[in-house]
Design a binder for this molecule. Sequence first.
Ligand SMILES: NC(=O)c1ccc[n+]([C@@H]2O[C@H](COP(=O)([O-])OP(=O)(O)OC[C@H]3O[C@@H](n4cnc5c(N)ncnc54)[C@H](O)[C@@H]3O)[C@@H](O)[C@H]2O)c1
Length: 324
Amino acid sequence: MGYENVIFPKETKFLVTGAAGFIGSNLVEALLNMGYQVRGLDNFSIGKKENVEEFIDNPNYEFIEGDIRNFETCLSACEGIDYVLHQAAWGSVPRSIDMPLLYEEINIKGTLNMMEAARQSGVKKFVYASSSSVYGDEPNLPKKEGREGNLLSPYALTKMANEEYGKLYTKLYGLDTYGLRYFNVFGKRQDPNGVYAAVIPKFIKQLLNDEQTTIYGDGKQSRDFTYIENVIEANLKACKATHEAAGEVYNIAYGGREYLIDIYHVLCKTLGKDIKPIFGPERKGDIKHSNADISKAKEVLGYDPEWSFERGIVEAIEWYRENL
Ligand SMILES: NC(=O)c1ccc[n+]([C@@H]2O[C@H](COP(=O)([O-])OP(=O)(O)OC[C@H]3O[C@@H](n4cnc5c(N)ncnc54)[C@H](O)[C@@H]3O)[C@@H](O)[C@H]2O)c1
């Protein structure tokens, strides 16, 4: 279980794109703690300088401020790199509905630039962030790779496009790509601010500040909330995967299912708050239920997540208490 036994030679060099963001900065931290060489890339369009400054004094860390929309930047970022962990993108379904053109530019063109740069640089593996949103309106649970519905947002379309390019890059050019379909990740450094913030950090921050929170819909929507440590494990195990396992996509989740309203009550109880939420209209592009079948990642990548929602939320709350 976990990733303690996933070991690379000490001189191994990783590139983490989106290094100033939530998942990217956690990957950087884990890799540096394991003693590897890490290069981060981010343009700070969403990510924060403090997520880079925290690690920049580590001699094994090097950071490039740059944009994945610029191919030359991607090429220099890939120079001398063994493994690319590509996280840079704009997230959020509702924001993508507001700004479809930007999503095309950043998420599709940017990812294609990164894949092409990785190919030209001869990197060993290209592991990239996809998303459970690619399941669209497919109603059956659990969600299973190969059983996708109609897409519901430009964001989902960009992730699907990434996956198609990923498959092509393996087939046409022999670049080992692995698409990780993350399901609602949560944990330290996830941004609680702004209208497009993810629910868990948003709820925690509002409760800590004694503010009322808005739940869109009836609160009975469910998600497979996935603690960040499981996502780190998946990325490292994908780097160790075989060539036969490349050109494929994998659900990365815990395999559980939490209802939003229950999470709200758990947070109220843990934080000692008695604040009633406001219920707003359902949001366009949102799906009602999501829960992952993770058997493919388990069988093929050896993914074996050890952080349940209950275990992860305790650590996450502790971090927000100390850092907000
Ligand atoms: N957090 C989740 O629950 C979740 C779920 C599914 C998929 N994902 C995917 O995982 C990846 C990381 O997500 P996150 O939650 O850490 O998001 P995040 O917004 O915290 O991090 C993304 C980072 O990418 C950077 N970035 C954006 N555009 C860039 C560009 N043009 N050039 C360089 N850097 C750029 C941002 O500044 C930011 O630091 C994304 O691809 C996202 O779509 C996340």
